[in-house]
Design a protein around this ligand. Structure first.
Ligand code: SAH
Length: 443
């Protein structure tokens, strides 16, 4: 063993994917995962700054680690990764956190690897060992991971007024299809049953490639890979989702009837200020088009409450749109001004109590819509991909193709299998059921 590592990750699935890649590189060099972070020889924080809250969490964690390093573990290597680190931030950060050895922008895991290879303590390591890391699942995932995230477009070029991501992840660029397909093949060969193709605007996949590829094509190619049960993709942007993509989802069996399409706000005035590039009516049309091809499609969305200038009337439009469209799940965020963004120059004029009040009202509406949707599944048999056994509750956890969470009891090992479960309890955010003989399936 070369030493130990720990990677702490918050934020989006893209960070999860980056952390997994870094873990497999470190393991190829002989490092072994350990916890907590402060006991590791190499401690990595993979950060998110999309709102102030995750940024504060990362800073607190980093400060703790720095304290431990200064007090008793001077040899520890601390690496800061993810959206806290952009091109322009590294210098300021180095002053603020002098105990950090390495700063890595999102997905730039090689910066840490190069640092380790040049470090005196690790001079016996050899770059050639890294070949082992290509698409290999790290030990922590190898036995039990059923789903994996695979980035297909990196960065973002859309420049929504409130969003820091383009500043930290750079312009959008698609990965070469051969590279993606090899990665998915390797994951499937190691037991992964579901892949989630990722992009900030995943439906822009291929626009920048010479071949002019389309996400619809990529989904079909990925679906052909042996061993995979399911394929998902996220996040779709309303301005780019098109009929070709919707049809590919409708026609490709392994691609789940599931979409993540943030609408952010119901009011056209706010949408325009956000520079989202669509109107409320255009969003509505997209949802109808999806439902025309896939009547039972499951659709998740993101909404921001309390954007600068959002009045009660604007917010009511968000509520009304949601009530009308009956989407499946809403991820609600309270507006948080972010450095360098366009909206950070506007007055953050919705008071915190009002943001919280809007968040609660939206949350209640979502719970009500979901309770109704879940109740429709009562007595039905659904196909569940089993992702985990929960020891403390003695039950299995998995998801339906529509991404509904299902719990059930089963004596035996069904990890990674598709199980037919008859639903006999429904709540707004999860379902409980009983395993039934496969002949009874209705899906
Ligand atoms: N690329 C995706 C989302 C990326 S960030 C898209 O096009 O929508 C994930 C979510 O965080 C966003 O959908 C938004 O709802 C929220 N978010 C982003 N910036 C925010 C900010 N400044 N304040 C509050 N929420 C924000």
């Amino acid at each position: 063993m070369t030493g130990t590592y720990h990677i702490w990750t918050i934020g989006c699935q893209m960070n999860e994917a980056d952390s997994r890649h870094l873990a497999s590189q470190l393991e190829a060099l002989g490092f072994v995962e350990t916890r907590p972070a402060m006991e590791a020889d190499i401690a990595v924080l993979n950060t998110c700054v999309v709102r102030q809250q995750p940024e504060d969490k990362a800073v607190a964690k980093l400060t703790d680690l720095g304290g431990v390093k200064n007090a008793r573990r001077p040899g520890m290597i601390i690496a800061l990764m993810g959206c806290m680190v952009g091109k322009r931030e590294a210098e300021d950060l180095a002053q603020q956190f002098p105990f950090v050895d390495v700063f890595m922008a999102p997905s730039q895991t090689d910066v840490l690897i190069d640092f380790i290879l040049q470090h005196d303590a690790y001079s016996h390591l050899n770059r050639a060992q890294l070949e082992l890391a290509d698409y290999r699942l790290p030990a922590v995932n190898r036995e039990k991971a059923i789903t994996a995230f695979v980035p297909v477009t990196l960065g973002c070029s859309h420049a929504c007024s409130y969003c820091i991501i383009p500043y930290r992840r750079g312009p959008d660029r698609s990965r070469a299809p051969e590279e993606i397909l090899s990665e998915v093949r390797a994951l499937a060969a190691q037991g992964i049953k579901e892949v989630n193709l990722l992009g900030q605007i995943v439906d822009r996949y291929g626009f920048d490639l010479e071949e002019g590829l389309h996400l619809a094509w990529l989904l079909k190619e990925v679906a052909k890979i042996d061993g995979l049960h399911r394929v998902r993709f996220l996040t779709s942007h309303p301005a780019y989702i098109d009929e070709e993509l919707i049809r590919a989802v409708a026609e490709t069996e392994k691609v789940c009837p599931y979409f993540e399409i943030p609408f952010q706000a119901g009011s056209d005035r706010i949408l325009e200020s956000m520079r989202r590039g669509y109107t409320q009516q255009e969003y509505r049309d997209i949802i109808s088009n999806i439902r025309k091809w896939i009547p039972d499609a499951s659709i998740n969305t993101d909404v921001i409450v309390g954007y600068p200038g959002e009045t009660e009337e604007d917010f009511m439009e968000t509520l009304k749109l949601l009530e009308e469209l009956q989407l499946d799940l809403v991820h609600i965020a309270k507006y948080s001004p972010r450095p360098r963004t366009l909206s950070s120059k506007m007055k953050d004029d919705v008071p915190e109590e009002e943001k919280e009040n809007r968040r609660i009202r939206l949350d209640e509406l979502t719970a009500r819509i979901n309770a109704g949707k879940s109740a429709e599944l009562f007595g039905q048999t659904v196909e569940v991909l089993v992702e985990e056994f929960q020891e403390n509750k003695n039950r299995w956890r998995g998801r339906t193709p529509h991404n509904k969470l299902v719990f059930f009891e089963y004596n035996g090992d069904c990890l990674g299998q598709l199980m037919n479960i008859r639903i006999d309890w429904t709540g707004p955010f999860s379902l409980i059921g009983t395993w039934v003989d496969s002949q009874e399936t209705s899906s």
